[in-house]
Design a protein around this ligand. Structure first.
Ligand SMILES: [Zn+2]
Length: 264
């Protein structure tokens, strides 16, 4: 199982990195986890079809590029006579989203209408097979089993646990501290954990510090901790996240880096 970091910034893109988006590839199955601003572009640089998209929560930095990605998936259906990339069909990609997303998509897809190419106004109907999930639900995509674990955030957010039968990746999306994190990450080979902050979140919004990420990694006995969702691009600040997490977790720790692929 390979994990490609497409973007790893909290909020809007910064320092040349898109917001949240991660591609999981088992060799048989390719899943996109989250789709923030910049991810449609980053994904376009990685060849291959998608077998599914899973969105942790409906904050803009985790889902904004679903519309341009959907329109990109529709590209074969457009008619540009003579151009080789056009004139085909589009197989809908399963899209798992939190409850309420379908209503949002219905409004969203009405924006920027193109009368001469009406299929482009139907990205969420044609490019995707949209399924609203409930916390605790299980799904299968190819050789991958996907579990959704409810965490705590200012919008409903489910962490994602993906296993291909041999290797397991756990990803938080956005969350504050909760016992559910340990269940999400339990014995995962790679724990891709948000570490937005260097101090404990006192705002109630729901984010982790790097030390808290390390504490969960230790309790869950994960194989490797990958910190992500950074609030700053400042190098010393980023290095400090490693120090903070390392004070709680003895195993290997690394920082997510846009464009980099790691083996789970
Ligand atoms: Zn969020």
């Amino acid at each position: 199982m390979q994990l490609t970091v497409l973007g790893c910034r909290s909020g809007m893109p910064a320092g040349g990195s898109p917001s949240s988006g991660y591609l999981v590839d088992t060799g048989r199955t390719r899943l996109l986890l989250d789709c923030g601003p910049g991810i449609a572009t980053a994904l376009s640089a990685v060849d291959g079809p998608l077998d599914g998209v899973v969105i942790t929560h409906l904050h803009i930095d985790h889902c904004y590029d679903l519309l341009p990605l959907g329109k990109a998936l529709l590209k074969p259906m457009l008619r540009f006579p003579g151009a080789p990339e056009f004139g085909g069909e589009c197989a809908p990609v399963p899209l798992l989203v939190p409850a309420g997303a379908k209503e949002l998509f219905a409004r969203w897809s009405q924006l920027f209408p193109i009368a001469s190419m009406p299929v482009l106004n139907r990205a969420f109907e044609v490019a995707y097979d949209v399924r609203e999930y409930a916390p605790g639900e299980l799904f299968e995509f190819g050789d991958c089993a996907v579990e959704l674990h409810e965490l705590v955030h200012s919008a409903p957010n489910c962490g994602i646990r993906v296993t291909d039968g041999e290797r397991t990746l756990a990803y938080t999306g956005d969350t504050g501290m909760t016992d559910a994190l340990v269940k999400l990450a339990a014995h995962a080979d790679v724990f891709l954990c948000e570490a937005t902050l260097r101090a404990t979140d006192t705002t109630g919004h729901g984010h982790l510090s790097a030390a808290e990420a390390g504490r969960v990694a230790a309790e869950a006995a994960v194989g490797e901790l990958v910190l992500t969702h950074f609030a700053s691009t400042e190098p010393d600040w980023l290095h400090g996240l490693l120090t903070d997490a390392g004070s709680e977790f003895d195993g290997p720790i690394r920082l997510a880096e846009a464009g980099k692929t790691l083996t789970c």
